[in-house]
Ligand binder design. Structure first.
Ligand code: ZN
Ligand code: ZN
Length: 251
């Protein structure tokens, strides 16, 4: 299984996954052009992407989905409520939140309901060839369902959005600060570490910290906080909006 966070942060989110020989994107928040560029930089031909799966309708997750899917004739998997907010795309395949989406010969994407201020937001787990990836961003708080679904992962992409003190001090209006901190907002560094601690297992090889706020977090604060909750040898890396993480292989 190969993973790269092409972009991750408050402005644009897009993850490349190759599992069971099938290549797909989770969200497409970069422009169509940037999505192509960053895939090319990784040596991935954009025409080999077989589908895109969408977590929720916020623009930082869907900005490029229309242009990228139409240009390369890529179907978009999305739930019915979220579909209404998406731009015209090549084709839609709808799922019901909680369903599994089969792909390739044995691959499965489980869609998991998460608390966030969107119409029907989801996180994902991807299973193929005995490997499991968890991918959860834009989650206001940890839930027992999310914990259950993230058990047994070989790699996890998890939101580590903000440092609570930086959030209080930053220039955001108070309504936005309240929204981010609410149970339907975003996960703090500390909450991210706590959730990871709850789902640690001996198979886990890599953790990617996702959706870091550009205004109320820093990579060093996120890494320092989360590192306290996980074993020392574990690969730990932040995604960013400026560049992709490069490709990480899980085997
Ligand atoms: Zn987002
Ligand atoms: Zn969101």
């Amino acid at each position: 299984m190969r993973i790269s966070l092409l972009s991750s942060g408050s402005k644009a989110n897009c993850t490349f996954v190759e599992a069971g020989g099938v290549r797909f994107l989770i969200d497409c928040g970069l422009s169509g052009k940037q999505t192509e560029l960053r895939l090319n930089e990784l040596g991935v031909d954009p025409t080999t992407i077989e589908f895109i799966v969408i977590s929720h309708e916020h623009s930082d997750h869907i900005r490029g989905v229309g242009t990228f899917s139409r240009k390369h004739k890529i179907p978009v998997f999305v739930n019915e409520a979220t579909k209404k907010y998406l731009p015209k795309s090549y084709a839609f395949e709808t799922f019901v939140t909680g369903d599994e989406i089969p792909f390739g010969s044995t691959g499965k994407i489980k869609t998991v309901s998460i608390p966030h201020d969107a119409v029907d937001p989801v996180g994902f787990t991807v299973k193929a060839n005995g490997l499991k990836l968890g991918h959860v961003t834009d989650i206001g708080r940890s839930t027992s369902l999310v914990k259950k679904e993230l058990m047994g992962c070989h790699a996890i992409v998890l939101e580590s959005n903000h440092d609570p003190n930086m959030l209080l001090d930053c220039g955001y209006p108070w309504e936005l600060k309240a929204r981010i901190q609410s149970t339907h907002g975003h996960l703090s560094n500390e909450a991210c570490g706590g959730l990871l601690f709850d789902v640690l297992n001996s198979d886990l090889q890599a953790v990617f910290l996702a959706h870091l706020s550009e205004n109320s977090n820093t990579e060093s604060k996120a890494l320092e906080t989360v590192r306290r909750y996980i074993p020392e040898g574990l690969h730990l890396q932040c995604g960013s909006v400026g560049a992709s993480t490069g490709i990480f292989s899980v085997s």
